[in-house]
Design a protein around this ligand. Sequence first.
Ligand code: ADP
Length: 304
Amino acid sequence: MRFIHERRLTTTTPRPILHKGLGSTPSARRVIMNELSSSAIESPAFVELRDVSLSYAADADSILALDNLSLTVGKGQFIAVVGPSGCGKSTLMKVVTGLVLPSRGIVKVGGEAVTGPVKNVGMAFQNATLLPWRTIRDNVLLPFEIIRPHRHKLRAERAYYVGLVQRLLNTVGLAGFSEKYSWQLSGGMQQRANLCRAIVHQPSLLMLDEPFASLDAFTREELWFVMQELWMDRKFTAILVTHDLREAVLLADRVIVFSPRPGRIIYETDVVLPRPRTLQTTYSPLFTDLVHDLREKIRPGRPS
Ligand code: ADP
């Protein structure tokens, strides 16, 4: 049965503080969470999908990847999309960024209809894809070489841009590694640099397609907090695709669950945990309730 919360939240508004142990049962905690989330103020829409369907043409047949999808992401909001493999999560990313156009429906980013690749978007994928012949600093500098107006200013103002890169590398714990090459860094350090490259040009929208999936569990958790710090500092709108429900709840303001293909939203929930969230947050009853709740929605009827 379809069940969708209709609330739209943003963390750009101050969050009420939840206390550990608040609500002694899952249902009591759910009531408290709903009350707290209704007190938040709505933010203006930044990403809007209206009745979007997308079919991939394949010889005689076509594959319906997204089916009549409507979704609004508020400016500065961080949402996570979860669902089984092949349900259309990556297709959603492509549709939002204009890399593919929907067969039906309307996509808007920043109030503008998407008719081609969207500008001012940052992207990070599972594979860090750093260029091995460039230093870490020069990898992170890359968007300034490509994106207007920076590419026209880079030569004259190189010291300024290098300073921006270095400060960002310092923030993510790579202060002493800017002159190294990617192959001299661990997987976690490469992914830190990758995140820097994705946001160094101050994109208004950050698309994250399982960026932490290939990391070991401890490194992944470290990177969650790096990501959270970057987002809290810069407040870009973010869409994260992940298979990791803990990651979704830890990072997002709102988690959306997709059905098996064709992708439809079958459930969504607000995450009203206060920020900054910490490792301790992941042990709290509210956090585990949310994770269990999502787990049930992804595989209804199956034992966990
Ligand atoms: P997810 O990211 O959730 O794993 P995808 O968005 O990659 O799912 O794919 C959704 C469905 O569309 C899958 O069944 C996949 O095989 C199919 N698909 C994805 N890309 C293409 C393509 N370029 N051509 C044909 N089918 C595709």
